[in-house]
Ligand binder design. Structure first.
Ligand SMILES: [Zn+2]
Length: 376
């Protein structure tokens, strides 16, 4: 057992595990690759390998240190996530730069995982660059991005570049069935997750993710009139709130854990404030993720109808809904152009989540477009 095993044996993870085990630990890395290529889980595995006291530079994956790093609960592994569209310069100045100058709190390495690093604006990247130029020996940065062209050359050039790719569908199926998943569930999860083994595991093993997808999947058949679109939008938003509430409860636990780890006294205010800020960012991001999940599921449903009409039933993504999809495809009424418009509306709404202040409105708009497909 090692922290790397969960990653499904991607070439990048295998190479990286070898580098770290050999003590090759540059202080800045850039993990680049498309969505679903496992950038974040790979960064977290590396953070665990760097801090594991039981199997140093390997990461046993089971000791309390590994377990806390893997759950995102280790005081020396910092996750920097965007707040809305940006990682603003204040975050880099207030959270990253001073923290990077301190020694690890209890671990061996202090690791900063900067998620969607391309969302650092230019001042933020410049501020980070200064820190990258004067590295502490026990601090490691991992910049994660699927838009590397948005990262300044001056920053990129200071990082060891690792390119990641999603796994082939067949490989994801093999991993899931080896882990005990039913063959049918594995095929569906692999198809939906597009080579992202972490997401595929969630689709299979995480009850909340499964239930949400089941709910999103029932929406198309319920869209007959404009009021149905509004009801579906309300339902999706309520589901998002429910998920956020669950996460808030976990965050409260984390605050208690931090207080216990640090004890009361001087110097505890700054980490507490930092944690509160991180929690707010996490909630906003989770909201984005769940809404994105809903919009993606709906887009892929209508795309499947188009695919089916074109005779490409082998490339249907939502194979558990194939009967409904095929029925829709054979229905008259909506023409292909109307279907294309609906798919586009859902994808546009998804793409604009980050920048859009009124996400509910974008969601309603796309659902209303889908209502037009209903036979008169
Ligand atoms: Zn360990």
């Amino acid at each position: 057992m090692s922290v790397w095993e969960n990653l499904g044996g991607t070439p990048a993870a295998t190479w990286l595990a070898g580098q770290i085990a050999a003590g090759e630990v540059p202080h800045a890395w850039a993990f680049l690759g498309p969505a679903g290529s496992g950038k974040k889980p790979t960064a977290v595995a590396m953070a665990a390998a760097l801090n594991c006291p039981r199997e140093p530079l390997v990461g046993c994956g089971v000791c309390p240190t590994c377990s806390r790093v893997l759950r995102g609960r280790h005081p020396d592994v910092h996750h920097i996530v965007p707040e809305g569209p940006l990682i603003p310069v204040d975050v880099v100045r207030e959270l990253v730069v001073p923290e990077a100058a301190r020694s690890p709190f209890e671990g061996i390495y202090k690791v900063f995982v900067i998620e969607e690093a391309d969302r650092m604006n230019e001042p933020a990247q410049n501020a980070l660059q200064k820190t990258l130029e004067e590295p502490q020996p026990d601090t490691v940065f991992v910049l994660i991005s699927e838009h590397e062209e948005e990262i300044l050359e001056t920053v990129r050039s200071r990082c060891r570049i690792v390119r990641l790719e999603p796994l082939p569908e067949q490989r994801v199926i093999e991993i899931l069935t080896a882990e005990g998943a039913d063959e049918g569930d594995a095929v569906l999860a692999a198809r939906i997750s597009d080579g992202d083994v972490t997401r595929a595991r969630a689709v299979i093993g995480d009850g909340a993710t499964r239930e949400r997808r089941a709910l999103w999947s029932t929406i198309p058949r319920r869209l007959a009139a404009p009021t149905d679109a509004l009801a579906a939008a309300t339902e999706i938003v309520a589901e998002v709130k429910e998920t956020l509430k669950a996460r808030e409860a976990e965050q409260k636990e984390e605050v208690v854990e931090l207080a216990e780890a640090m004890g009361e006294g001087r110097g505890t205010r700054a980490p507490q404030t930092a944690l509160a800020k991180r929690h707010r960012r996490e909630l906003r991001r989770l909201e984005e993720l769940i809404l994105g999940e809903a919009l993606q599921t709906l887009a892929s449903f209508y795309r499947d109808v188009l695919v089916m009409r074109a005779g490409g039933s082998d490339s249907v993504v939502n194979i558990d809904l194939v009967e409904e999809i095929s029925l829709r495809a054979s229905e008259g009424g909506a023409d292909d152009a109307a279907l294309v418009r609906v798919v586009e509306r859902f994808l546009e709404a998804r793409g604009s989540l980050v920048h859009n202040a009124n996400q509910a409105l974008a969601l309603e708009g796309a659902l209303l477009e889908a209502v037009r497909l209903a036979p008169a």
